[in-house]
Design a protein around this ligand. Structure first.
Ligand code: 3PG
Length: 372
């Protein structure tokens, strides 16, 4: 079973386990039917080399605790250690393989590596929606060598995200984060379908520069400014005011001001209160809402208001008045800070994968196992 348990870990401690919890239904299903379950995932980007910083041992331990079943950790995802671990477990038990990305063959979608991985199992299940936009061996090539199926989470992701593609109008898209390059196809495809696209975060800075506003020392990405200039959609709404600080780490004095009043020595770190009200008016009109990317530096007390207000607004409109979907690692962390994640119709485990799916890009991990 390929899962995406790419969770944030610091000093060996899991900071947020939402991806593990989201993947439990398929694991429980397989255990109930007395399978021996072999779990494989990547963690971070160790670049084909073994690196203890990216070891999955803490994740395997956490899974065992949550499920209260025996989880045997194999310190390599292929070869002797993986084979021995699989040979040792009984039905209804789990082997958790070490990081797939410790092996060069994974990201190269190598046949040899895919075959080795496949040789451990009788059946392949892909429940890693969040990694299914990657053409990597454990989600792509492996399907040639085993009977292959979609996991329950993967199925739910596709079902719920498809509702955005075939959305009820008005559709409001809220996009934050930093680089436009990773969001451009989304802005073009879903942006065009949207009644309004509300922009926030450092992404907005690129639009400000493209429209000749001063952004001071704010984060700007040259390529993204070019892309912002090329986007001619009239439904793109930019912040009308922002929260700035003279220190780029946000430690200095904080001030909310109109976007036309930003000084050269200031850094934009959040959307302002007038923008929150403006965005609230649009969100209240929506029948469908999709949100990806924070509105500002929400990790800091002074700059969390834009992001958390958007999170609360979406949560309060979802499950009834509108169909609300939130996706992306940081975005989910922000939503969880409000404690309102259960009010949202669908919290997608995918970041890049969710945007790729909604943009109509190729999804190698979904090929031949799910109909879209
Ligand atoms: C994610 O966190 O979005 C997925 O785990 C994919 O990770 P990647 O961008 O390193 O491929």
């Amino acid at each position: 079973m390929r899962v995406d348990f790419n969770v944030p870990i610091k000093d060996g401690k899991i900071k947020d386990d939402y991806k593990i919890v989201a993947g439990l239904s398929t694991i429980r299903f397989l255990l109930r039917y007395n399978c021996k379950v072999i779990i494989a995932t990547h963690l971070g980007r160790p670049d084909g080399k073994k690196n203890s910083e990216f070891s999955l041992e803490p994740v395997a331990r956490r899974l065992g605790k949550i499920l209260d079943v025996k989880v045997l950790f194999a310190d390599s995802c292929v070869g002797f250690s993986a084979g021995t671990a699989v040979g040792r477990i009984k039905k209804g038990e789990i082997v958790f393989l070490e990081n797939l990305r410790f092996e060069k063959g994974e990201e190269k979608n190598e046949i040899k590596f895919a075959k080795e991985l496949a040789s451990l199992a009788d059946i392949y299940v892909n429940d890693a929606f969040a990694a299914s936009h990657r053409r990597h061996a454990s989600v792509s090539a492996i399907k040639k060598y085993l009977p292959s199926y979609a996991g329950l989470l993967l199925g739910e992701e596709v079902k719920n995200l498809s509702k955005i593609i075939n959305s009820k109008q008005p559709l409001i898209s809220i996009i934050g984060g930093s680089k436009i390059s990773t969001k451009i196809s989304f802005l073009k495809r879903i942006g065009r379908k949207s009644f309004k696209v509300l922009i926030g975060g450092a992404l907005a800075n690129n639009f400000f520069v493209a429209r000749k506003f001063e952004v001071g020392k704010s984060l700007v990405d040259k390529k993204s400014v070019k892309l912002a200039r090329s986007l001619k959609q009239k439904n793109i709404i930019l912040p009308i005011d922002v929260v700035v600080s003279k220190k780029s780490d946000g430690k200095g004095e904080v001030e909310a001001k109109s976007v036309s009043k930003v000084n050269k020595n200031e850094t934009i770190l959040d959307i302002g209160p007038r923008t929150i009200r403006l965005y609230a008016d649009f969100i209240k009109k929506a029948q469908t809402i999709i949100w990806n990317g924070p509105m500002g530096m929400f990790e800091k007390q002074s700059f969390k208001h834009g992001t958390l207000s958007v999170a609360r607004l979406i949560a309060s409109r979802s499950r009834g008045r509108a169909f609300g979907v939130v996706g992306g690692g940081e975005t989910i962390t922000a939503l969880r800070m409000t404690g309102m994640e259960d009010y949202v119709d669908w919290v997608s485990t995918g970041g890049g994968a969710t945007l790729s799916f909604l943009s109509g890009d190729k999804m190698p991990g979904l090929d031949k196992i799910i109909k879209i």
